[in-house]
Design a protein around this ligand. Structure first.
Ligand code: GLV
Length: 322
């Protein structure tokens, strides 16, 4: 019976799918991230045919070298910057991810952050709980509207496109975007405008939302210099990957009024968060939960399982990373 090792407890839907396919499933008994040494030890001990892994697992050459007999590492995430795909290929191991099923949820979370920072939701909540609310005031906690503003998107992939759609259709925003690939059909369909550089987006937008993958070219895409291009009234939202934003530079920009506010779901050195950011009122921080709904995490677990089932049946996994 083929054996699957799951690196950490996930929603039952994924485990059931694997068991229904006739596999023996072994889940890391500890509900925590395994260190690389522990992961290697587990893989050597369990000798699985496939591994269902998470974005918190660092999957590099050492892991793949120790994973003799493993056909596929199915990453339960759309991002796969935690995986050295070239090293997996060299070891003859497939890698898959879970795109598509989390698009709507991450787009929703992006708006949750965008609206929360602009309408000062967290700040208002802290204010009320601190007993500071003594009655309605005409100028208390004034925020900013999203409607009819300029929303700037960096990265027009699945999630970026969905955010453009909601901004344009739901909030009558004018949407501008930068991507390495222009999509004129999408521009016509939604009314989005292409900008040839990220700088142009940063200069013009009232809300900048980041949806790029983490690559060497996108690391610190948002740095001190680029933050200075933004309007002092603008907000920065990041639901992609933490290292795309230089957190120290962002803290400085927020402190010095270079930009008005920010909201981050991802961090440069997760789970650590730049301490200076924690002191600020004009930022909202959520702990990498943009895809964390019951429905979506179940779908992600199932899709990761489907990738494994395909690989072990001699088929190409639907989400093979090439
Ligand atoms: C979450 O960050 C993912 O990549 O799925």
């Amino acid at each position: 019976m083929p054996k699957i090792f799951v690196t950490r407890k996930i929603l039952e839907a994924g485990i059931k799918k694997l068991q229904n396919a006739g596999y023996e499933v072994e889940v890391n008994p500890e509900d925590r991230v395994l260190t690389k040494d522990e992961l290697i030890k587990q893989v050597k001990q369990v000798k699985p045919d496939a591994v269902l892994a998470l974005l918190t697992d660092k999957l590099d050459a050492e892991v793949f070298e120790a994973a003799a007999g493993v056909k596929i590492f199915a990453n339960m995430a759309v991002g796969f910057d935690n995986v050295d795909v070239a090293a997996a290929k060299k070891a003859g191991i497939m890698v898959a991810n879970t795109p598509g099923v989390l698009t709507d949820t991450v787009a929703e979370h992006t708006f949750a952050l965008m609206l929360a920072i602009a309408h000062r939701v967290s700040e208002g909540d802290r204010f009320a709980r601190a007993g500071k609310y003594h009655g309605w005031e005409p100028m208390m906690l004034l925020g900013t509207d999203l409607s009819q503003k300029v929303v700037g998107i960096l990265g027009l992939g699945r999630i970026g496109s969905r955010v453009v759609h909601h901004a344009a259709k739901g909030f009558d925003a004018r949407v501008i975007y930068y991507d390495v690939k222009r999509n004129e059909d999408f521009e016509k369909e939604i009314g989005a405008e292409f900008r040839a550089t990220p700088e142009e987006v940063l200069k013009e937008a009232d809300f900048v939302s980041i949806h790029v993958p983490l690559l060497s070219q996108t690391r610190h895409l948002i740095n001190a210099e680029r933050l200075k291009l933004m309007k002092p009234t603008a907000y920065l939202i990041n639901t992609s990957r933490g290292p795309v934003v230089d957190e120290k530079a962002l803290a400085e920009a927020l402190k010095n009024g270079i930009i008005k506010g920010a909201a981050l779901d991802v961090f440069e050195n997760e789970p650590a968060i730049e301490p200076e950011l924690l002191k600020l009122e004009n930022i909202i921080l959520t702990p990498h939960i943009a895809s964390a709904t019951e429905e979506t995490r179940a779908k992600m677990a199932e899709l990761a399982a489907e990738n494994i089932i395909a690989a072990l049946s001699g088929k190409e996994p639907p989400n093979l990373v090439k």
